[in-house]
Design a protein around this ligand. Sequence first.
Ligand SMILES: [Zn+2]
Length: 632
Amino acid sequence: MQRIVRWSIIAAFAVLVVTLVLTMVAPSTFGRFYLKAGDVYLFPGVAGPADSASVPEPTATPWQQFSAGTNSRLAILLTDPDSAWLGLAHGLKSIGVPFLITDEPGRAMRHRVVMVYPMLAGSVLEPEALARLGAHVRSGGTLIGVSVLGGGLNRVFGFEAVAASREHERVSFDTAQPVAAEFTAPEEQEIRIGKAGQAEKSLGTHEYLEPRYPPLATYEDGAAAITWRRVGDGHAFALGFDPGLILQKGHGYRLGGVAPAYVNVFEPTGDVILRLLRNMYRLGEPRAVTLHTVPWNRALSVNITHDIDYNESLANAVDYAAMERALGVTGTFFIQTKYVRDWNDKVFFDDTSPQHLRALADLGMEIGSHTVAHSKVFSAFPLGTGDERYPDYVPFVNDDREAFGGTVLGELRVSKFLLDHFGGGPPVRSFRAGYLENPFSLPQALAATGYRYDSTITANNALTHLPFRLNYDRGPATELEVWEFPVTIEDERPPALTSRLDQALDVARQIARYGGHYVVLMHPNETGPKLEFLRQLIVALQPDAHFASVAEFGRWWEARDQVEVDVATDGEALRVGLNAPQSITGLTLELPAGSALTNAEPPVNSTQAVTRLVLDEFQGELLLTLTAPTAP
Ligand SMILES: [Zn+2]
């Protein structure tokens, strides 16, 4: 008896030791303990990708990359290169305001509209430059000072003093003032810019004391957030918050939770800031030509997207695709290449899948990736080696808090390999992570594995309903050739989807007032009421919206991002020089009021509707001649 007890203790101890060793030394091996023969689906003779992926070390994007152009642009006088200027640049690209960046005050002041960024102070500008900025306003120029902290220009801007704060969370606009008059929705009239007391989300702001004129915007405590003084034809605006920092943190998913809702509602903080800057630019530059945000002068751009992450969804997806094709819409189908049975689900990427992929491709739909493992802890995955290959790459989801063997590069490159191999369409370019899990390494990993378009953040977390360019590590310094298309409407949050068609259409109407972007995420886990909901949504949006797949719209947006616009005066006429390195169709220009096209060189088909000029297709340089604008 005693001997049995002793052996039991020894056996229990041995099991404990083995368990501890496996847990500590090789967690991925431990995970595979639960894998049985047949849990990994093997396509005979299929292995890859053959190449390796590598993520290069980041090289900071130089501001000088944005320094070319003529004096019709918004000039950004950069007073600190170690600032969020790249966030500002990406935002201005998104809203379509032509700009250049310079660190020479003399160069900046050749422009009618000058933004001093990120600070206007005696510590960053010489007395002579400060004096010239004051003279610029008096001679009819427009000066936008961000964080005006000194330099003796308080009188030019029309306030007595400035004070710093980390408590401000909201900014309200006085919509009686012209540059803010278009903010008619409550969500635009008061925007959320941060969260006090939360390290990364509490933005330092400045308030302007004793403003001589009614402030254009105030914080929630009534302090002046933006002042506006008119001097003859000149304008002096002082911003107390950093627009580039808010945009950059929003784009980098650093302000999650600043908006009360995660998804499905209108949350236009970044868009209001950009529209405001566009209005200031138009006010100060009568020759202003800006780029509309939607192709073919439509009001709204829409991506209908589907996440296939459940074993019946791929077959159902073909029903959705057929409905969309019948309505003339090209959807994007983000497909999980699930060849491993785990806690999530059984294998559903197997020999039944290629026929469905071909059916989607035959209907003209885009196929994108929705990872291999669809792990809820994808954000915590290591980057990986870039040598992950099917079938050796076996990510195993243990539960909603744990997964073994998965890497960010593996999830991207192995799913893309299988979808490219079996897809029957063009190479996969678009990605969405499961659960919208967003690792810091995702942007550079996407760039390294052949993707260009991502849709993994919600619009409400990014604080914008406009697409934008992504940076390395979702940080401030290094831009990548990857663009983000934030999710607007999804199908799983309460209340039940079928009860919220009006709400979804209302969000679309709000966004359409300024040409925003609208991404619908619909899981084809069933085909009944959800499919009918989507059909009704598409039909209701079609009169005003431009529909495209993520990759189609992504290509257009990428081409638009690179379009340069410069305007010169030639007697009474305006000469608009455009340069589009990539071919672009349906680019829509917003012209000065009263201006009309008289000539295009080389010739291009175009149509004009009031101040909007739509260009059919062009690439390279294009010179447009316009009649003189009507005086404002
Ligand atoms: Zn999913």
